[in-house]
Design a protein around this ligand. Structure first.
Ligand SMILES: [Zn+2]
Length: 89
């Protein structure tokens, strides 16, 4: 069920806050400094791409920048990410 949650929606944050409150706090800070929620889950760089991570037992979508996508692929393999949405702005 959590798989379909949009990154940085209230429900998504609720789950991340339970599991990883520091991460949730950092992402909120990145959103505030960017003035929007088009920020990377890992590093806070601008991005509008949402991915479902198919490796490592993850069950939430993540918004990731191209650099972090490359890092995920280096760590988990080429097929470790499924593109979910390109946000329309
Ligand atoms: Zn990143």
């Amino acid at each position: 069920m959590s798989r379909s949650l949009t990154p940085y929606s209230e429900e998504w944050f609720k789950i991340v806050e339970e599991r990883d409150p520091i991460r949730a706090h950092l992402i909120r800070e990145h959103c505030v400094s960017a003035g929007n929620d088009n920020v990377c889950y890992e590093c806070g760089r601008h991005t509008q791409m949402d991915y479902y991570v198919l490796a490592g037992g993850h069950d939430l979508q993540r918004r990731l920048c191209l650099i972090c996508v490359k890092i995920y692929k280096d760590c988990f393999g080429e097929m470790s990410l499924e593109v979910v949405t390109l946000k329309q702005v």
